[in-house]
Design a protein around this ligand. Sequence first.
Ligand SMILES: NC(=O)c1ccc[n+]([C@@H]2O[C@H](COP(=O)([O-])OP(=O)(O)OC[C@H]3O[C@@H](n4cnc5c(N)ncnc54)[C@H](O)[C@@H]3O)[C@@H](O)[C@H]2O)c1
Length: 264
Amino acid sequence: MKRLLITGAAGGLGTALRSKLAPLAETLRLSDMTEITDLSENEESMACDLGDAAAVEALVKGCDGIVHFGGKSTEGPWSVINNANIQGVINLYEAARKNGKPRIVFASSNHATGFYPQDQVIDNTVYPRPDGFYGISKVFGEAVATAYHDKFGMETAIVRIGSCFPEPRNHRMLSTWMSYDDFAAMITRIFDVPKLGCPIIYGASANTATFWDNSNVAWLGWQPKDNGEDYRAKVDADTPKPAPDAPDVIWQGGMFCAEDIHEE
Ligand SMILES: NC(=O)c1ccc[n+]([C@@H]2O[C@H](COP(=O)([O-])OP(=O)(O)OC[C@H]3O[C@@H](n4cnc5c(N)ncnc54)[C@H](O)[C@@H]3O)[C@@H](O)[C@H]2O)c1
């Protein structure tokens, strides 16, 4: 690609993955609410509020691929989620439709299916069961991605990201963790395959304790290498084991499923 856009580039995943994604394009266009200043030679910065349709159209112009990380990434007030994850996603897909239909990686979340129990293995055909405003907004984003594929032929991967951090931080993350290397390898496959379509992919490493089945997207050729199990002893030593009836033990979405994190 000549130019790959990364939205939300100042966030956790943007910061961790931008150098790993650099080989995919001659130029990385990095965008967030404010300008990013520590640019490498092949990077450019373009600040943009995703809720501003005109600004998003200018942002997308000239890009051959998009990794859409930008948005509210936790539970929060609806007004914030609405601007970033509802209006923002429509703005992004509309801008892409009008500007050459670049391939898009949509950062969805396990919270789109958070209310499946941890003792059930689910694949990418299950009906969404979001666990709050944030999860609802990700289901909306998945619907936008699907509709823009079906109606306009846009190729877009929906990644239900588990927990993408340097290492698992608690017992639930032994099942949901995805390493940065595995995610970068997945995104590379998404841009490399000749025909993508609109697959839903669970974003998790090769975790022994997984509750997600990615066999329907084996054709992508993505083979995660890391495994949360390697951190079990450390997690056992560092964090208290949750009670057997805690949301973090029962539900795939963990604490997001607790009533008391609902914010007005
Ligand atoms: N990290 C994970 O484990 C994980 C898990 C599931 C889903 N995701 C999704 O992946 C994406 C990236 O996650 P992250 O952990 O880097 O989150 P993050 O919160 O660290 O980064 C998100 C970035 O989006 C930007 N942003 C928020 N609202 C915006 C707006 N209106 N306009 C422009 N930019 C805006 C923020 O400034 C921030 O830098 C998010 O969409 C998140 O929902 C991440």
